[in-house]
Design a protein around this ligand. Sequence first.
Ligand SMILES: Nc1ncnc2c1ncn2[C@@H]1O[C@H](COP(=O)(O)OP(=O)(O)OP(=O)(O)O)[C@@H](O)[C@H]1O
Ligand SMILES: [Mg+2]
Length: 238
Amino acid sequence: MEKRDKTLIEFKNVGKIYHTGDIVYEALHDVNLSIDEGEMVVVLGPSGAGKSTLLNMLGGLDSATSGTIMFGEKEVTALNDRELGVFRATDVGIIFQFYNLIPTLTAIENVALMSELGIDIMDPGEALKLVGLEDRKNNFPSQLSGGQQQRVSIARAIAKRPRLLLCDEPTGALDTVTGKEILKLLQKQSTEGGRTVVMVTHNSLFADIADKVIYVKNGTVTEITINESPKDADEIDW
Ligand SMILES: Nc1ncnc2c1ncn2[C@@H]1O[C@H](COP(=O)(O)OP(=O)(O)OP(=O)(O)O)[C@@H](O)[C@H]1O
Ligand SMILES: [Mg+2]
């Protein structure tokens, strides 16, 4: 699919307040941003800045306290719980730092699980092939390296062909060489798959591979930059 200059996501004055007992914490304040279809976006910022909170809003995992979030024609902030569930199940794939695979299921069973939940997915073997793991499909997570486990989680996330792929520190638990392989796979989802990829990271070097970089600090978006010529994941070292 070709990259189109079409807006997929738009945040208007989005805020998020957490209440823990008597404590009120403003995790996001007046966030405005837009993300295009097929764009590779990197979200950068220090610990506690609100990156994961922002990611959770993007994927409908948590609701905004104020403001409007649009996803295509859909107003995410107006959806009820059931509609939000459908949105997450069909449009959003998520990859976490620690893979979150089910230890008692093999690689292929971990991917196939999505269809057990009634979600329409591609052939699980095909999904594993896309991440170069077809020969390890019958291994349990404990029999796979960290990088391979992350590949399984990518296969699981892309099996349902989501329009939006969210990644929270996807290379955080991996060494540089393995991390780079994962970055390459994720970048390919955008450049070749036409999928919108949003990746949260502490690593400012990852900014170079993004089409757009969103900087978050103290719950606010401090800067948004556009890379006219993003680097290939192969070209960065950390
Ligand atoms: N469910 C919650 N209840 C209360 N406070 C929360 C909740 N989730 C996040 N916070 C607070 O909101 C702030 C932002 O958290 P968030 O997890 O988004 O940061 P982050 O940028 O992802 O940090 P890190 O890089 O360490 O993962 C933090 O102060 C955190 O304690
Ligand atoms: Mg976080």
